[in-house]
Ligand binder design. Structure first.
Ligand code: PGA
Length: 254
């Protein structure tokens, strides 16, 4: 597939996989995807598996991501993990502001922006998630909601920092529900996001930022979604938990 930006496909394993299961999964992915050069491939295991997974992906085309991090470097923040700790395991990416963290952990746009700035300061690439609820879409508020999340979650990021970042558009109603956005619905919001980035930054910067789609992506719908002009990759949950499921998404996107 001929794309303006290199596709980036990331697996968000969420709270799944023991260390042994994680090693199995990533070993299978490494074998299946060894020849892929056209796509940036990222896996985001739980914190507890980062150390072992990092050993498996060493010298491979698979990069490592985390699912969250603290905005603080270190100190009295019980239960938190800082960017420096992630870097010990060669983590390159970190998912920030996933809708589950916004919903269950009270994360706000301001917190996401603070975390993004901390990540970038440590040379980690943030994957910044935005997306509307079903009720918001039905009320015709998708653009208002996504626009506000973008403005808030990118607050304080410079142009060059934005270019290091990835935006993930994940309509909440499509996450884990099997209800995927149609390629047209995805493209519409991705184009809206890119236009908003033009307004917030400039044309050249906005054109270089990669925008992933997330929400019930699987091997059978990946190709059509990825063929949309402003869809530059995928953030995959459920289908990233099996070797075949994830590697077929990557292969079908090329
Ligand atoms: P899903 O999750 O692919 O299971 O819908 C996507 C996500 O939450 O990142």
């Amino acid at each position: 597939m001929d794309k303006e930006r290199k596709l980036i496909i990331a697996g968000n394993w969420k709270m799944n996989k023991t260390v042994a299961e994680a090693i199995d999964l990533v070993t299978g992915l490494k074998r299946d995807l060894v020849a892929v050069k056209e796509v940036d491939i990222v896996v985001c295991p739980p914190f507890t598996a980062l150390s072992e997974v990092s050993k498996v992906v060493l010298d491979s085309n698979i990069r490592l991501g985390a699912q969250n991090m603290s905005e603080h470097q270190s100190g009295a923040f019980t239960g938190e993990i800082g960017a420096g700790m992630l870097k010990e395991f060669s983590v390159r990416y970190v998912i920030l502001g996933h809708s589950e963290r916004r919903q269950f952990n009270g994360e706000t746009d301001a917190m996401v922006a603070a975390k993004a700035i901390a990540a970038l300061a440590a040379s980690l690439k943030p994957i910044i998630c935005v997306g509307e609820l079903l009720a918001e879409r039905e009320a015709g508020r998708t653009e208002a909601v996504v626009g506000t999340q973008l403005e808030g979650s990118l607050k304080g990021l410079t142009k060059s920092q934005l270019e290091e970042s990835i935006i993930a558009y994940e309509p909440v109603w499509a996450i884990g529900t099997g209800k995927v956005a149609t390629p047209q619905q995805a493209q519409e919001v991705h184009a809206f996001i890119r236009n908003r980035l033009v307004a917030m930054y400039d044309e050249g910067t906005a054109r270089r930022v990669r925008i992933q789609y997330g929400g019930s992506v699987k091997a059978s719908n990946a190709r059509e979604l990825m063929s949309q002009a402003d869809v530059d990759g995928a953030l995959v949950g459920g289908a990233s938990l099996e070797v075949r499921g994830f590697s077929d998404i990557v292969k079908n996107s090329i």
